[in-house]
Ligand binder design. Sequence first.
Ligand SMILES: NC(=O)c1ccc[n+]([C@@H]2O[C@H](COP(=O)([O-])OP(=O)(O)OC[C@H]3O[C@@H](n4cnc5c(N)ncnc54)[C@H](OP(=O)(O)O)[C@@H]3O)[C@@H](O)[C@H]2O)c1
Length: 397
Amino acid sequence: MKQIAILGSTGSIGQSSLSILEEYPDRFAIASLAAGRNVDAAFDQCLRWRPRVVSLATAELADTLALRLREAGVTGIEVLHGAAGTVQVATLPEVDFVISAIVGVAGLEATYAAILAGKPVGLANKEAMVAAGEILTAAARERNVPLLPIDSEHNAIHQAMRAGEKREISRIWLTASGGPFRSLPLQDFDHITVEQALKHPTWVMGRRITIDSATMLNKGLEIIEACRLFDLPPSAVKVTVHPQSTVHSLVEYIDGSILAQISVTDMRLPILYALSYPERLPSKLTFDMAALGRLDFSPPDFARFPCLRLAYEAAERGGAHCIALNAADEVAVEAFLERAIPFPGIPRTIEDVLQATPESHPATIQEVLALDAQARDLAREVVAKTPTRSQPALHRR
Ligand SMILES: NC(=O)c1ccc[n+]([C@@H]2O[C@H](COP(=O)([O-])OP(=O)(O)OC[C@H]3O[C@@H](n4cnc5c(N)ncnc54)[C@H](OP(=O)(O)O)[C@@H]3O)[C@@H](O)[C@H]2O)c1
């Protein structure tokens, strides 16, 4: 019986993880859960899964949850809070596997702590890998701790890489759905609404990743994540737009063979793969080959999606530039969701912050978090100066 810790249990990936765990009661059990602010969902998960430890973002929320559990007559669950609580959830001695699915850098410290404690990690939290991938992967390699990608593209690459040796790979291809604005005329981008941007054509996900898919910054983060996870230069990580999201990614070998991974568009499959690796478990997540119509692939449009160019540039420079890319995007996405900046304000904010970021390569998680905070301050200043609608004159230039 594998004892599992889930960081971000109330989110989209957290809930998909619990849903797949339901199917294998003889193989997996929940040891601990960490969430942010959703007390109702955390309470329901405590009733269903009876973790030994649960943590929420603040002391106040933790007190509310503890009181509700007491009132419901539930005992034996320790309720913690804050970053220290999340670290404890990830490093409990009985935990055999950690699912890292907190959104943003809030999940970074606990993911690092899990690696230092020798826990295999199923990694969905791509922002942690973008901000501190050099440190996380070095720590994992040193301790021989498996880092198993849950992001569907990287999971597909991980699977296709089992067919050959690392030195036999010439490049990898990350597939991208292209998001909801793949074919929207460029002049309409200023008028994109929050509601339109939150409608992803093929995946149902959390709010930040959904907006990141619409700007294609999500693919940009994945380029950096892939470089770090698979130890590849940015020039060996390519993007192809594949609107059906059926081929989850491809590995191209030096002899010209390209291996693709195809499966249902359901995050429970990569989660199951990571949980059971190196075994494969039978599942009901089968793909209907008979229903497969067509598969389209085309190159990405860098003019329409400047976030892709910005991500490649940050990937080349590494260190502070990757941290700034992610931090500036998080601030800009929040501002867009609050209708404080227009959709094209997201890449503009990132570009301004990257330009003002000096070259540096942090060696510790504390340094990463300090650079992250600086980039956020800078991004807030840029956002404050951004008009809610781009000026028409500016747009025509
Ligand atoms: N969704 C997908 O299909 C998908 C696919 C690939 C990769 N990913 C990656 O997986 C991660 C999670 O994505 P998601 O879509 O599941 O996001 P989501 O639905 O927004 O969930 C985020 C989770 O993080 C928790 N959280 C936020 N701030 C926290 C804090 N300070 N302390 C502890 N927990 C905190 C949230 O808790 P509350 O809700 O309780 O506040 C929630 O459980 C992201 O890095 C994303 O890029 C997601």
